[in-house]
Design a protein around this ligand. Structure first.
Ligand SMILES: [Zn+2]
Ligand SMILES: [Zn+2]
Length: 344
């Protein structure tokens, strides 16, 4: 049996370890991908700490993966060895009512790579061929990897918001997700995009991408948005998940505005129901994950230059437990915009 290097969670709450594991066998519809880039995500910190649950231990994390096809199963026809691919992280059945109606993120047997099944902190990963998104040469592997998580989810959120050209948008929280959100909102045709945060650096980067920065600890962002628009925004994307920022996202909406909640929240949302919702026919919309088709679109948009991840992905490390743990420790302490990508 051939083995490969991997960096695994062997015990919850402990540092990850270097482990040699067997290179997985392929089913007829699977491909084996040589990992060229695996993004280290905030959720991986939660998987390590036990705040998020993972499959049986030892477990290989890594759900933001891009690489080259190394091998293909007997029935895989539409992909070739050596092709560059990014991997849609949700493996679904493709046959249930949810999968057949374009709602595959609710597939009852859906499994996520790097969470429920082995992920990309390894030299190779096995995945069904239909999860592969072809990666054009113009898109580097490390960008392809990161596109598969936060960017695709923000894209889904904007679709859920029904944003139409000419509308105004507020992005509440401009970390990694937020920077993609600013670019995508403009690409969707928003004429005005506000970036709201308390971090100068993030606000400055968002402004470079064309957003109007609003420093939330220097002024009340709701009042600021309403005074600058005169009527409130059409769409607010909440990317933080705190009850305060969720409430602000709803309060800054104009007539028939839509607030999409993306940030993982465990806190309740309390709003003035008439003043903020009924009286202006505002909507609060939930957003969970994204679809394979959306993952393909964000790759295409990156190729076309509508999306630029160069200031999001900023550091590369080897596939080595010490370096991975160091990055996870940093993510646990700060919420900077620095994205680290493992390059095995
Ligand atoms: Zn992620
Ligand atoms: Zn299904």
């Amino acid at each position: 049996m051939d083995t490969m290097k991997s960096v695994q969670i062997t015990a919850i709450g402990q540092h990850l370890e270097n482990r040699g594991v067997t290179i997985p066998d392929l089913g007829p519809q699977d491909i084996l991908v040589r990992v060229k880039a695996a993004g280290i995500c905030r959720s991986d910190v939660h998987y390590r700490s036990g705040l998020g649950t993972v499959g049986p231990l030892p477990h290989t994390p890594g759900h933001e993966v891009a690489g080259m096809i190394e091998k293909r199963g007997a029935e895989v026809r539409d992909l070739e060895i050596g092709q560059r691919v990014a991997l849609h992280y949700l493996v679904t059945c493709g046959e249930c009512a949810m999968c057949r109606t374009g709602r595959e993120q609710f597939c009852p047997s859906g499994k996520m790579i790097g969470k429920d099944i082995a992920g990309g902190y390894a030299e190779f990963i096995r995945i069904p061929a239909r999860n592969a998104v072809l990666l054009p040469n113009e898109v580097p592997f490390e960008h392809g990897a990161v596109l598969m998580c936060s960017t695709a989810t923000v894209f889904h959120a904007l679709r859920k918001s029904r944003l139409t050209p000419g509308e105004s948008v507020a992005i509440v929280g401009v970390g990694g997700l937020g920077l993609s959100a600013v670019q995508l909102a403009l690409a969707f045709g928003a004429t005005t995009v506000f970036a709201i945060d308390i971090d100068e650096t993030k606000l400055a980067t968002a402004a470079d991408y064309g957003a109007i920065p609003i420093h939330a600890s220097e002024s009340d962002p709701v009042r600021e948005v309403i005074s600058r628009t005169g009527k409130g925004v059409d769409v607010a994307l909440e990317l933080i998940g705190l009850s305060k920022t969720m409430r602000q996202s709803v309060e800054m909406l104009g007539v028939q505005g839509r607030a999409v909640l993306v940030g993982l929240a465990s806190e309740p949302l309390v709003v003035d129901t008439y003043g903020s919702i009924l009286g202006k026919e505002a909507e609060i919309i939930g957003c969970s994950d994204h679809l394979l088709a959306e993952a393909r679109t964000v790759v295409e948009w990156t190729k076309q230059g509508r999306l630029d991840l160069s200031s999001v992905v900023t550091r590369e490390i080897p596939l080595e437990a010490h370096a991975v743990n160091h990055s996870l420790d940093e993510l646990e302490r700060f919420s900077g915009i620095v994205r680290t990508v493992i390059k095995p």
